[in-house]
Design a protein around this ligand. Structure first.
Ligand code: NDP
Length: 503
């Protein structure tokens, strides 16, 4: 694999060409300013609003998007990927001339065929591996940042050279640039967002949950695991020195402990789930699902965000951040862990002494959901009673008009597994028919939900929010994520039927 630097890039290729930067947000503002400071001719295209005003304040000429696209010989599309398809066909494509170049900072829309690209223009990728603010700050400080470049259409025969020239103009070849395809860029980006990041998030929340359950002070747990900034500092060192070499920065006890115990966490399941995520990305299934979700007004995204905000950890983090921010000398994300607030007299020490956060934790944990008063728990059910209740629930579900309506145009089985009591049951939704039974379904289910009896009873009695149980790791699913989420639509009906059966 080749890494390109300044010496491989000829800025002269851009000298006689006008660059139109469409969008003046995170990347747009940073890249427009860097390209101008590299001596290039830049015009900004934006709707008339605060982004346009900011571009003018920064000294740029601003045109309506269509006019900027017509003016530019090299057109950088620095708007959100979600809005790109519509904007592209309406305002960009009609204004492109033969020989122009289209430049993307993300491979998504091209990789998943969401745009009708004119055949007579160069199409290249210059995708910084850096947030917009970093693109600008590092450029001004005389440093670089890595980018991926790529070529989807090379009409001029100079598309790669053009991408390199742009990478040099924004300051990226100072550090190094790697060539990939549009698909590789998009897939890697989505993999990080959908597999690596969430897997890591689950590691973090499992650790927090376990340590709090074991009675460690919440403020100490959050600081120890990530909120002190020590962990992010270590990640920066891993980037700088490598995973192996950075271990020299830790004590020998730490080195021995983490290396000798690390093998426990080699989980084949983790790898297979990552592969499943990658398959969905590569096949275009995710892009399709996300397009449909947006067309519907993104209701699932809204529900997931709301559930995430209602997790006990969120409230705890917010409080701890306030305590930390009040502590002089303690700046979140600092690079040297000096002041912690835990030093005598610090705000955090005072808060810890008073047990503020501990009380908060007890309060938020003891309040599993904002349950309606009518959702009283009822007596805990023994295994046999639960089986009886489920039997009645499934019989009622089969005859329920609301569930039958949900079952229209669907072919889906949901298989519930209660791992602590060994009970399984399923519900099948098939062309308007609802059926179900105790035990495993006759054919493999599209959605498998695994949890404990108490959590299921809480969810179906309305005491526990299913989305929150899922995000909190108390409800696990296998199968098709999108279908699992659709079950949320009938949550109220399932609760009604279960509560009836339970009473
Ligand atoms: P932003 O969300 O910051 O983009 C905001 C800009 O897009 C504003 O100028 C806004 O103007 C314009 N915009 C938003 N909606 C519309 C619309 N419907 N019609 C016209 N203009 C619109 O985007 P980013 O900078 O985050 O992302 C731009 C590209 O860079 C994407 O392809 C992204 O994947 C990629 N990228 C982003 C990174 C990042 O750091 N965020 C990192 C690497 C790549 P207004 O609302 O005024 O119309």
């Amino acid at each position: 694999m080749r890494i390109y630097h300044d010496r491989d890039a000829n800025l002269g290729l851009l000298e006689s060409r006008r660059i139109a930067v469409i969008g003046y947000g995170n990347q747009g503002r940073a890249q427009a300013q860097n390209l101008r400071d590299s001596g290039l001719d830049v015009v900004v295209g934006n709707r008339e609003d605060e982004y346009a005003a900011r571009a003018r304040e920064d000294g740029f000429g601003v045109l309506p998007i269509g006019e900027a696209a017509a003016e530019g010989d090299v057109v950088l599309l620095l708007i959100p990927d979600e809005v790109m398809p519509e904007l592209f066909s309406a305002e960009i494509a009609p204004h492109l001339d033969r020989g122009d170049a289209l430049v993307f900072a993300s491979g998504y829309t091209v990789a998943f065929d969401l745009l009708a690209l004119p055949p007579d223009v160069d199409v290249v990728l210059v995708a910084p591996r850096m947030i917009g603010a970093g693109v600008r700050d590092l450029y001004q400080a005389g440093h670089g940042f890595p980018s991926f470049i790529g070529v989807a259409q090379d009409v001029s025969g100079q598309a790669r050279a053009l991408a390199l020239a742009l990478a040099r103009g924004i300051g990226s070849t100072r550090m190094g640039v790697v060539e990939v395809t549009f698909a590789q860029e998009a897939e890697l980006d989505l993999f990080t967002e959908q597999c690596f990041g969430p897997a890591f998030g689950q590691v973090l929340t499992s650790a927090v949950d376990l340590l709090l359950e074991e009675g460690y002070p919440p403020e100490a747990v959050l600081l120890e695991l990530y909120m002190s900034g020590e962990f992010s500092y270590t990640l920066a060192k891993i980037a700088e020195l490598g995973l192996v070499e950075q271990s020299a920065l830790h004590s020998r006890t730490s080195q021995y402990g983490s290396m000798s115990r690390g093998m426990r966490f080699v989980l084949p399941e983790l790898r297979s789930r990552m592969r499943q995520g990658l398959d969905e990305i590569r096949s275009g299934a995710f892009a399709q699902e996300w397009a449909e979700e947006q067309a519907a007004g993104a209701p699932t995204l809204a529900a997931l965000k709301e559930a995430a905000r209602s997790l006990p950890l969120h409230e705890l983090e917010t409080r701890l951040r306030q305590e930390l921010a009040d502590t002089p000398g303690l700046v979140p994300q600092r690079t040297g862990a000096t002041a912690t607030g835990l030093e005598p007299g610090g705000r955090l020490e005072a808060a810890a002494r008073q047990g503020t956060l501990r009380r908060l934790w007890r309060r938020v944990r003891g309040r599993p959901t904002a349950a309606p008063a009518s959702a009283a728990p009822g007596p805990a059910l023994g295994t046999e009673q639960l089986e009886e209740v489920l039997g009645r629930f499934l019989a009622r579900a089969a005859d329920d008009a609301a569930l039958q309506a949900f079952a229209r145009e669907r072919h889906m089985t949901t298989h519930y597994r209660l791992r602590d009591v060994g009970i399984e049951f399923y519900l099948r939704f098939d062309e308007g028919q609802v059926s179900g039974g105790l035990g495993a379904p006759p054919a493999p289910a599209e959605v498998v939900l695994e949890t404990e009896a108490e959590v299921l009873d809480g969810m179906l009695s309305g005491r526990l929010n299913a989305m929150r149980a899922f995000l909190g790791g108390k409800l696990m699913f296998e199968g098709e994520g999108k279908l699992a989420i659709t079950v949320q639509q009938i949550q109220d009906d399932l609760q009604r039927l279960y509560t009836g059966a339970r009473n």
